[in-house]
Ligand binder design. Structure first.
Ligand code: C2E
Ligand code: MG
Ligand code: MG
Length: 535
């Protein structure tokens, strides 16, 4: 590399051009001199041309950096622009399905929103579809089979719509979005969503296997949309999750209260994350009373959260949020460890009055990771030196029914560890009485809604009676939940129900107020509180 006089870098190309220009300039000079000699003043302008050509050559060659590189810079810029265009084009297409990509969908949605706010015209609707149980296909048949299925779903969505009018995109994973242009009136988008669902519903053939799919759909209409595409997608996502919560293959249309609910849920999730490991969380214990002796042989640990600003948050509200976010795993691990250590403390203090066992609720999320779950249970039982049966895990009937085969394997392994097992909220999860024998439960807890209706409905009494008979005949123990009156106790005893839990015997209370295995004086039908009233 050489340096020009001005300090600019002279490129080899610059040198070459300079050389050629000088040669041409020299030739032109010779030609002009020869014409001057031959024709006198008439050829004078030829000299000027030659001088000009030389000067141009020198001028072009010397500031090589600025002038000669300019065309190359322009070329480079052009090349960058072309490659940007090309990658923008490919970013606009989802590589797996060939549908529009998320970024292209967002771009088009923003344009539609812009049109709406500019002229208050051009109503539209957005559908968000999420396949139910798609993960099972991915896990069972592998990711390329999953991709195959996604392509088939994409083709069916397209076929159910007019592609020239509506935009279909894959947002990622098993999530699809549809922008229904010109469809803004209530009811219209729902009809299209149903049509798409029907198309998705038909059987698929993936790698030689036949499978079925359903999709949960959230809908938002343009009149409900605010500001930007991101907020619209957030709102329609809220609607879609609402649909998913009510079961597979459902449709839910966005409504304003959903936005408030979603923002509260977001707040709860954020605060709960911070609350783990702090004094905001505590455990209360509720006695489970043997109805023949009226003694509290066992207790159930129930989680409480007292937040400085939100106040006491109901577990029925925060547990589902913790399940969605995965926070339930550290939360339940903490509950299980605390409850086991508390059982050890009761035993060490007064073994004669300590509860024989402590029950703890288990979430389906924790059960989805069986190895980690089993290792954790083993560790906490060892830490609290618990004999077999001292820890009882409660699994709701609904969670059992979500994936009965996987749960039954896990339950057997837990049983081998010496863990007692209870089916919780029996009667709410659509299992048949007959399938109870498949599971290694030693306790079945009849849901409190049945117990609350005992006095009012004869058919409920018949169902509870039949349930108790079957549970007991299978060698399991029946526990009635939510017992609040002496009349309920009388009925439950008359049908042979083993145990009961409810406000009648004691509300959930702190560990130091639990007085277990205290026989009640006399032959009373119903027990007074087994939780001591002194604080
Ligand atoms: P669950 O396991 O069925 O617990 C029994 C619920 O019934 C408790 O509600 C208890 O306070 C309430 N209860 C007890 N006796 C009566 C009564 O006589 N009348 C009425 N109306 N209610 C009664 P809680 O503590 O609000 O817990 C609600 C649910 O939250 C629990 O239902 C359980 O599914 C879940 N949960 C509570 N703690 C935990 C936990 O540590 N982990 C997990 N995963 N879930 C938990
Ligand atoms: Mg329970
Ligand atoms: Mg229950």
């Amino acid at each position: 590399m050489q340096q020009s006089g001005s300090g600019a870098r002279v490129t080899p190309w610059g040198l070459r051009v300079w050389g050629v220009t000088v040669l041409l300039g020299g030739a032109a000079l010779l030609f002009a001199l020869e014409r001057m000699v031959r024709h006198g003043a008439a050829g004078r302008h030829g000299l000027f041309i030659a001088l000009g050509a030389m000067l141009y050559g020198i001028g072009l060659a010397l500031p090589v950096r600025g002038s000669l590189r300019m065309p190359r810079q322009v070329l480079r810029r052009l090349r960058v622009r072309v490659s940007r265009r090309r990658s923008a084009l490919s970013a606009g297409i989802d590589a797996v399905t060939g549908l529009a990509s998320r970024s292209w969908f967002v771009h088009r949605l923003n344009l539609a929103l812009g049109r709406m706010s500019a002229c208050r015209e051009g109503g539209f609707s957005v559908l968000l579809l999420d396949l139910d149980r798609f993960k099972l296909v991915n896990d069972a048949l592998g990711h390329s089979a999953g991709d195959d299925l996604l392509r088939q779903v994409a083709a069916r969505i397209n076929a159910a719509l007019r592609p020239d009018r509506h935009l279909v995109a894959r947002l990622g994973g098993d999530e699809f979005a549809v922008l229904l242009d010109g469809v803004g009136e209530p009811g219209a988008a729902e009809r299209i969503a149903t049509r798409i669902q029907e198309a998705i519903d038909a059987p698929y053939r993936v790698r030689g296997h036949e499978t079925r799919m359903t999709a949960s759909v959230g809908i938002i209409r343009s009149e409900q949309c605010i500001a930007c595409a991101d907020s619209v997608l957030r709102d329609v996502d809220t609607a879609m999750y609402g649909a998913k919560r009510s079961g597979p293959g459902r449709i839910a249309t966005f409504a304003l209260p959903m936005r408030r609910k979603a923002s509260r849920e977001f707040g709860i999730e954020t605060e709960l994350r911070k609350a783990i490991g702090t004094a905001q969380l505590s455990l209360l214990y509720q006695p489970i009373v043997a109805l023949d002796r009226l003694t509290a042989d066992s207790v159930e640990a129930l989680l409480r959260w007292n937040h400085p600003r939100l106040g006491v948050v109901d577990p029925e509200e925060f547990i589902p949020i913790a399940e969605q976010s995965g926070l339930v795993i550290p939360l339940d691990e903490w509950v299980q460890r605390q409850a086991c250590l508390q059982w050890r403390a009761w035993q060490d203090r007064d073994p004669a009055r300590a509860p024989c066992s402590v029950s703890v609720n288990v979430s389906r999320v924790q059960m989805a990771y069986p190895d980690a779950f089993l290792a954790h249970v083993r560790a906490v039982m060892e830490a609290a030196r618990m004999p077999p049966g001292a820890l009882r895990l409660e699994v709701t009937e609904r969670d059992v029914m979500r994936d009965p085969d996987a749960v039954v394997d896990l339950l057997r392994e837990l049983r081998n560890l010496g863990v007692g097992l209870a089916m919780d909220d029996f009667g709410t999860g659509m299992s048949s009485l007959a399938c109870l024998r498949r599971y290694p439960f030693d306790v079945v807890k009849i849901d409190r809604d049945f117990i609350a209706d005992l006095g009012a409905a004869a058919d409920v009494r018949a169902v509870v009676h039949a349930s108790v008979m079957l549970i007991e005949s299978l060698g399991m123990r029946s526990v009635a939940e939510g017992v609040e009156s002496a009349a309920q106790v009388e009925f439950l005893r008359s049908i042979g129900c083993h145990s009961a839990q409810g406000y009648l015997f004691g509300r959930p209370a702190p560990a130091d107020r639990i007085v277990a295995r205290e026989p009640l004086p006399g032959e009373r039908q119903a027990a007074p509180a087994l939780v001591s009233s002194s604080r």
